[in-house]
Design a protein around this ligand. Structure first.
Ligand SMILES: [Mg+2]
Length: 131
């Protein structure tokens, strides 16, 4: 079975490590980076289905990264994961601008995030072959 490819972009290395440790043994391909520019380079080189994106980062911020991603390939699903909260204003705006979902840090459950990733990866009509 083809693995879903995830790119995690977050300047908190302990967080991207956690995601890697969770997703890798569960049969996902996950690449991580703390740098928005590096992320765009990776996205130009390979096809990722789902991007897990931090909002506040040094260099390119999450907003800018999403804009670039959408220009590159509008099929890529962007899930924001951030501790930043302003009573839903930013969440609303990002969803309107094309984000697939917005998850607040700290995560309550990695399983919940995994379900979201699964749903996102299947959301663009990719055939899911039943066994
Ligand atoms: Mg951050």
């Amino acid at each position: 079975m083809r693995k879903t490819k995830i790119l995690s972009i977050d300047d908190e290395a302990s967080f991207t490590d956690l995601l890697k440790q969770y997703f890798e043994p569960r049969n996902y391909e996950i690449e991580v980076t703390s740098d928005g520019d590096k992320a765009l380079e990776l996205l130009r080189r390979a096809k990722y289905e789902v991007v897990l994106l931090d909002l506040k980062m040094a260099g390119l911020n999450g907003d800018e990264v999403m804009r670039e991603i959408k220009q590159l390939d509008s099929d890529i699903k962007v899930i924001f994961i951030t501790a930043y909260s302003d009573s839903g204003k930013t969440k609303k705006r990002l969803l309107e601008e094309g984000a697939y979902a917005f998850v607040e840090k700290p995560l309550t459950s990695l399983k919940h995030l995994e379900d979201m990733v699964k749903e996102a990866a299947g959301a663009d009509g990719q055939e899911e072959i039943p066994c």
